[in-house]
Design a protein around this ligand. Structure first.
Ligand code: GDP
Length: 424
């Protein structure tokens, strides 16, 4: 059985916690896109962890953690991250890395920084982890696959060729130090030594695992609204964040994904630039940011304060639809207990016309939120384990959202801990 856990919003929905929880019943957990640019926060018996590249299954001894071909693989980062959890008492996880994954090169990270510098105030708000230059090179066919590390001669020749091109840009466009091809080649040989024990034909491995009826979990990063095709282009990420892409980024047939859990947050938050219709500002936003998540809404990778907003039913319904969500996990509901009233964005007004359909970015830029206001429950809901025991106004909020997004909410998360979850 293959399940996917993906974001219905802009990322930071609390997918890490839901993956960690469902990891208990999974044999294999696969990262299928993105890189070390986003972070999952997980709290378990070993402590509190912010994972960036490792799948959330690394804390269990019965799961195999896989870096799929769709991931931007930063090899030294991966090994630093493994070391950092092992140093804190977590048993050495079983990790496999796809032989078809591509390698994040040091110059991708530099190009990301240089480009943000060049753009100045018009920047995309990149996390500067090299993601955009990495995927650009992958599709321009000048990226390096893990498999290519294992042919010295061809590797050396390709390094020379790629350096030639990169150095022209470094010299004439960015006026930055050039890349030395010998140094780069030696670095890649170091990378080879680091990654060699984990390299695997992941597609073949998963084919076999599916045959054996293993439970496989695909773990998405960011959310539907950051997808390069269906998100708020161009303020998106560079690899698809949709569950459908899980098939490609892991190497399994699309029809094997039976269950898609979209994670939606009980209010909105976003990092970086981009259209955000239900955004709030000032003291109202500061208070929600301060109380939000677990210890405030600040980026897990960058520490940047997140932008805050009310729950956006238009964006979330669209996000769930594009994910193909079969069920929804609604998270961080406990945070909202301080509010007298909870506005929910149920429509967008664009040029005087109200719509419930999420538009393309050009129109989105003109959208004004249409709110319906629900009464608050003014109560702490952490510690509650049964749905019926939630305050009535809290249940009404959940059921209102469920009606708006048109997907059953089967999980309600009312605290950051692994067990703070209400199953419906
Ligand atoms: P992800 O990238 O989707 O995994 O999201 P993040 O981990 O960046 O953000 C979620 C944050 O909210 C983390 O700090 C979690 O520990 C926290 N969190 C997750 N679920 C809940 C919840 O139900 N209540 C509270 N208060 N915090 C939660």
């Amino acid at each position: 059985m293959v399940k996917a856990i993906v974001g219905a919003n802009w990322g930071d929905e609390g997918k890490g916690k839901i993956t960690d929880m469902l990891g208990q019943e999974s044999d294999i957990i696969v990262r299928f896109q993105g890189g070390s640019n986003a972070g999952h926060t997980i709290i378990n018996k070993y402590g509190k962890f912010a994972l960036h590249l490792l799948p959330s299954g690394v804390f269990y001894d019965h799961t195999t953690s896989i870096i799929g071909n769709g991931v931007a693989l930063n090899i030294p980062y991966l090994f630093k991250e493994v070391q950092s959890i092992v140093d804190r008492g977590v048993p050495m996880p079983k990790i496999l890395v796809s032989d078809r994954a591509q390698i994040m090169m040091p110059y991708h990270i530099l190009f990301d920084q240089y480009e943000e510098e060049r753009l100045g105030g018009k920047s995309f708000g990149s996390t500067k982890s090299g993601i955009a230059p990495f995927y650009s090179d992958k599709y321009a066919k000048i990226g390096f696959q893990v498999s290519e590390l294992f042919d010295d001669e061809a590797l050396r020749e390709k390094v020379e060729r790629v350096c030639e091109m990169k150095n022209i840009i470094l010299e004439h466009m960015y006026h930055k130090p050039l890349i030395n091809p010998d140094e780069l080649f030696n670095l890649l040989i170091d990378y080879k030594k680091m990654v060699e024990p984990y390299v695997c034909d992941v597609a073949a491995y998963l084919h076999q695992a599916i045959k054996e009826g293993k439970n496989i979990l695909l773990e998405g990063q960011l959310g539907a609204l950051k997808d390069p095709d269906f998100g708020i282009y161009p303020m998106v990420t560079s690899s698809s964040t949709l569950a459908s892409y899980g098939a490609i980024g892991a190497g399994i047939p699309a029809y094997e994904i039976k269950n898609i859990i979209a994670v939606a947050k009980a209010y909105s938050s976003a990092v970086g630039a981009g259209e955000f219709v239900s955004e709030i500002f000032g003291e109202e936003a500061d208070e929600l940011r301060r109380r939000g998540g677990d210890g405030g809404e600040y980026g897990a990778t960058t520490g940047r304060p997140r932008r805050m907003g009310w729950f956006d039913a238009v964006a979330t319904r669209y996000g769930c639809r594009m994910q193909g969500a079969t069920e929804v996990a609604l998270t961080v509901l406990d945070v909202l207990g301080y509010l007298d009233e909870l506005p929910v964005c149920v429509g967008y007004e664009i040029n005087g016309v109200v719509t419930k359909d999420f538009p393309t970015t050009v129109k989105l830029a003109k959208a004004k939120p249409v709110y319906e206001v629900l009464p608050g429950w003014k109560q702490e809901i952490r510690g509650i384990t049964k749905y019926e025991e939630l305050p009535e106004n809290c249940r009404k909020y959940i059921e209102f959202i469920e009606k708006e997004i048109e997907v059953p909410i089967t999980l309600v998360s009312n605290g950051p801990g692994r067990d703070e979850i209400i199953k419906r």
